[in-house]
Design a protein around this ligand. Structure first.
Ligand SMILES: CC(C)(COP(=O)(O)OP(=O)(O)OC[C@H]1O[C@@H](n2cnc3c(N)ncnc32)[C@H](O)[C@@H]1OP(=O)(O)O)[C@@H](O)C(=O)NCCC(=O)NCCS
Length: 200
C-alpha cells in the first residue's frame, strides 16, 4: 500500500460514466441478497451453484464491512447514475494465506445482476477498481480467479489486461488464476469523475 506517514488514502464513493459506486455497508443487505438470489449469478458465485441463503449473505456482508474497516478498501455497491438502479458489486479484496492456500493476494471481484449482463458493466467496475488499486492504493499486482467454466468472467479479465498464470483450488473448487502486474497495467476508458476520499 502507498502510505505517506502511515496514512492510506482511498476512495469510498465515486462515479464513472454510467455508475455511482459506494463503499459497502450494512444497509446493502437487501441488494446483496437480491444479487445472491439471482439464479444465473449464483451459478458461478456460490460453492454449490445455488442461490445463497440470507444468513450466508449476512455473513459475507459482515466480512465485507469489516474488510473496509481493517484494510481501508474493499467492495463498492454500484448503481446507475441516472435512475439509481442497483447493478451489482465489485472491488478489491485482500485474501490471506489461509484463504488462498498460498501467498496472500489482492483479488479483483465483480458480480452483476443478470438483466444487466453484456452491457460492459463488469468491465467498467473492474477498470475503476484497478485504477484505484494501482493509482491510489499503490498495489504492485492484482489477481483474479474464476471457475474454468466462467467464460464471461475470463473475458472480462482479458479485456482488463489480466494474464493467465495457473490453475488453483479455491474454496475446494478448481479455479483459473490470472494476474495483472502494475508494469503491464493500462487503464481502459473508464473515467472516475467525482470521488470522495477517506483517510485511514
Ligand atoms: C461475469 C460477469 C460479472 C460479467 O458481467 P457483464 O457486465 O456481463 O460483463 P461485461 O459486459 O463487462 O463483459 C462480458 C464479456 O464476456 C463475454 N461473454 C459473455 N458470455 C460469454 C461466454 N459464454 N463465452 C465467452 N464470452 C462471453 C461478453 O460478450 C463480453 O465480452 P465482449 O465485451 O468482448 O463482447 C457476470 O456474468 C456475472 O455477474 N456473473 C455471475 C457472478 C460471477 O461469476 N462473478 C465473477 C466471479 S469470478
Amino acid at each position: 500500500m502507498r502510505r505517506a506517514g502511515g496514512i492510506v488514502r482511498t476512495i469510498e464513493w465515486y462515479t464513472t460514466g454510467r455508475l455511482a459506486a459506494r463503499r459497502v455497508c450494512w444497509a446493502d443487505l437487501e441488494d446483496a441478497q437480491c444479487l445472491h438470489n439471482d439464479p444465473r449469478v449464483a451459478k458461478t458465485l456460490s460453492a454449490d451453484g445455488r442461490p445463497l441463503p440470507l444468513e450466508t449473505t449476512r455473513r459475507m456482508l459482515r466480512r465485507a464491512v469489516q474488510h473496509w474497516r481493517t484494510e481501508g478498501f474493499g467492495l463498492w455497491m454500484f448503481r446507475t447514475r441516472g435512475t439509481g438502479e442497483f447493478i451489482g458489486r465489485g472491488g478489491l479484496i485482500r485474501y490471506n494465506a489461509a484463504d488462498m492456500g498460498g501467498p496472500e493476494e489482492v483479488g479483483l471481484a465483480y458480480a452483476v445482476l443478470s438483466p444487466y449482463w453484456g452491457q460492459g458493466y463488469a468491465t467498467e467496475m473492474g477498470d475503476a477498481s484497478l485504477f484505484i488499486g494501482f493509482e491510489h492504493l499503490g498495489f504492485d499486482r492484482i489477481s483474479a480467479w474464476t471457475l474454468p467454466t466462467n467464460l464471461a468472467s475470463q473475458r472480462v479479465m482479458a479485456k482488463l489486461g489480466f494474464q493467465y498464470e495457473c490453475e488453483i483450488d479455491f474454496c475446494g473448487l478448481p479455479h483459473r488464476f490470472f494476474r495483472l502486474e502494475r508494469r503491464n497495467y493500462h487503464p481502459l476508458h473508464t473515467r472516475i469523475e467525482q470521488a470522495k476520499g477517506v483517510v485511514f
